[in-house]
Design a protein around this ligand. Structure first.
Ligand SMILES: [Zn+2]
Length: 375
């Protein structure tokens, strides 16, 4: 390198420095791992199939209230969703965030002549994803009965081909842990068509940092939002722009984000799981940023902004396409929402089955949300 070249390089760096003056160093904004995990495990263990979310909504409200952020305003919509508003330093470009507490579940479709229960699915999943899983039937008068989802032919000692039979609404049933052999006996327990049946989450946090559970979609996303708020408030900060969080309770039915958010939002970031699996770019150790899902592309500008924020903060992220997926961000758009919408979330393996993520993915997602709130 000649002196002249060195001078040119020097001038270049001077120009770059001039164009991008050094900002105040960003506080860490990293969430407290133990608090995020404690909240997530608590939420995972609170059953909340779509339409039956009041306990989970209460669990979320308790956790956000316990953050002791004085300016936080919590409200419930008539539909049962939770709204959390945090006034920002500015209010000229208000922002929204949304994640959903509702999950997959089951409902009693028929009481069979043998006393067992025929089911209908809440949300969409493979029947073999819940085969031999423990469930709780919740009656209208508040009684709970345990049981198991079993195929009609559940013993290879009786049916050699039991494993080969197709699993459908017709071939799966609940075997109740109650003494009943007739529809009348089951009805006498207080069980009726329309009763909700919750699926055991089987939550396990391993020493290696993995979180194995059903319903990480989207309780891991709700935990990431909680982590972001916790990180910001612990750093003594508040959002740059006023932010409204919709903790939705009807996402799996497709309309969680259709109501509840203010009409004047400029941006909405939906926080929902990144789909991990064969052919996918997403993983369980980074934050997923969705460019496009089954309903089309998200807003390119806001998506790019989130990628840039992640890069600048050193947060690992994976941009990806989720082929059979839609979100409350799109429910908001379809209901007439005018804001830019993007989607980020923790990476979840085996979604809508026995799911798994790693705590790093949840924490990176929280970290990115915190940086977004300060941007
Ligand atoms: Zn979801």
């Amino acid at each position: 390198m000649t002196v002249r070249q060195a001078e040119q390089v020097g001038l270049y760096f001077a120009a770059v420095t001039h164009m991008h003056p050094q900002k105040e160093p960003m506080p860490d904004l990293y969430p407290d791992t133990a608090r995020v995990l404690d909240f997530l495990v608590d939420l995972l263990n609170t059953p909340s199939p779509t339409g039956y979310c009041s306990e989970a909504i209460a669990c979320v409200a308790r956790a956000f209230t316990a953050l002791n952020i004085p300016q936080l305003v919590l409200e419930h919509t008539p539909k049962g969703a939770l709204i959390i508003r945090w006034p920002g330093e500015h209010d000229n470009m208000p922002r929204g965030l949304t994640a959903h507490v509702d999950t997959l579940g089951l409902m009693v479709k028929e009481i069979k002549p043998n006393g067992r229960l025929k089911l209908t699915q809440i949300g969409h999943f493979m029947w073999n994803a819940v085969e031999f899983e423990g469930v709780t039937v919740r009656t209208a008068d508040g009684r709970h009965y345990r049981g198991t989802v079993v195929p009609l032919h559940a013993s290879v000692h009786i049916n050699r081909q039991a494993g080969e039979e197709k699993r459908t609404d017709e071939t799966m049933e609940v075997r109740l842990d109650a003494r009943t052999q007739s529809a009348a006996e089951t009805r006498a327990l207080g069980i009726e068509v329309g009763d909700v049946v919750t699926i055991d989450p089987r939550v396990e946090v391993t020493e290696t940092g993995f979180i194995r559970s059903r319903h990480l979609d989207d309780k891991a996303g709700v935990a990431a939002l909680y982590g972001a708020f916790q990180a910001l408030s612990s750093a003594g900060l508040r959002p740059s722009q006023t932010v409204t969080v919709l903790v939705a309770n009807y996402e799996e039915a497709g309309h969680g984000g259709a109501t509840g958010l203010p009409g004047d939002l400029h941006e909405l970031v939906a926080v929902d799981m990144a789909a991990v699996g064969e052919g996918q770019n997403s993983d369980e150790f980074s934050v997923g940023i969705c460019a496009k899902d089954a309903r089309g592309p998200y807003h390119a500008g806001l998506t790019q902004k989130l990628c840039t924020l992640a890069r600048e903060a050193g947060i690992p992220y994976k941009v990806d396409i989720y082929p059979y997926y839609s979100s409350d961000g799109e429910a908001y758009w379809f209901s007439g929402g005018q804001a830019q919408v993007a989607l980020i979330g923790p990476g979840v393996d085996a979604s809508h089955a026995y799911e798994r993520t790693h705590q790093e993915s949840v924490l990176h997602c929280a970290h990115l949300i915190a940086h977004y709130l300060r941007s």
